[in-house]
Design a protein around this ligand. Structure first.
Ligand SMILES: Cc1cc2nc3c(=O)[nH]c(=O)nc-3n(C[C@H](O)[C@H](O)[C@H](O)COP(=O)(O)O)c2cc1C
Length: 223
């Protein structure tokens, strides 16, 4: 068993007014994030995607196993192949796989099997959750809490891209195993979702939706 080693925490205390102001400023900014389905083909510099991925890579993870892999694709041929495979799965989903309840839940978003954004948007970031990882000595290990860990890293990635001035769509064609084959990923990598990233089209619209008020989704238990 390796013995734990420690280092001094890097922590800078903020004044309480600054804490309040920053937490409020962050909320004001992040509440403008929306899932966008209408992208421009304007290219995004790779450095922005790299920085957002570096931010995602700082996420907490079970036993610090970092059980994620991100494939960032701007290659037009590969984007076309992903679109074709995703639309095939989506056609089956909308025509017979989806339950009536599921179709009802997504009805307000006007979705169908057509996914042009998969080719138009500058980047597709395909995110995999690793059920097993290989250590530096080449040994395979099972991962712990990979779904939770990858969910957190994905949230940080979405936030980083939003703060960088881009828009995203969380896209989950159902099922997604075709991504392993197209992207040459091992079976132990489970496709988590496709994060579509880029600039919105000039006339992009988003569905009118409401977010729940704090009292509905949070409970405070105080002295
Ligand atoms: C796990 C997950 C899967 C999603 N899958 C899809 C999808 O396949 N296609 C789609 O158009 N939107 C998808 N969405 C986007 C949701 O519809 C969207 O987040 C929701 O309507 C709230 O809108 P907002 O993101 O603009 O706040 C998904 C979102 C999440 C978190």
């Amino acid at each position: 068993m390796p013995a734990p080693q420690y280092e001094k925490l890097n922590f800078t205390e903020k004044h309480s007014e600054q804490m309040l102001a920053q937490s409020h400023a962050f909320y004001r900014d992040i509440r403008e994030r929306r899932s966008v389905r209408d992208f421009s083909n304007r290219p995004v510099p790779r450095a922005i995607i790299e920085n957002a991925l570096l931010a995602a890579g700082t996420a907490p993870s079970g036993a610090n196993q970092q059980p994620w892999h991100f494939v960032a694709i701007s290659n037009p041929v590969l984007k076309g192949e992903i679109r074709q495979a995703a639309e095939e799965e989506e056609r089956a989903f909308y025509n017979h796989r989806a339950t009536p309840e599921w179709l009802e839940a997504i009805a307000p978003f006007g979705l169908d099997e057509h996914k042009p954004f998969l080719e138009i948007a500058s980047y597709l970031i395909v995110i995999f959750a690793q059920k097993a990882i290989t250590d530096d000595e080449g040994r395979q290990h099972k991962t712990y809490y990979s779904t939770e860990s990858v969910g957190i890293a994905t949230g940080m990635l979405i936030t980083a891209l939003h703060l960088a001035g881009l828009v995203t769509l969380t896209h989950t064609p159902n099922p997604m195993r075709f991504l392993n084959q197209l992207l040459d990923r091992p079976d132990s990598d489970r496709p988590f979702l496709i994060l579509v990233a880029g600039y919105p089209s000039e006339e992009a619209q988003v569905p009118v939706i409401k977010k729940h008020p704090l009292e509905r989704f949070a409970t405070f238990i105080e002295a």
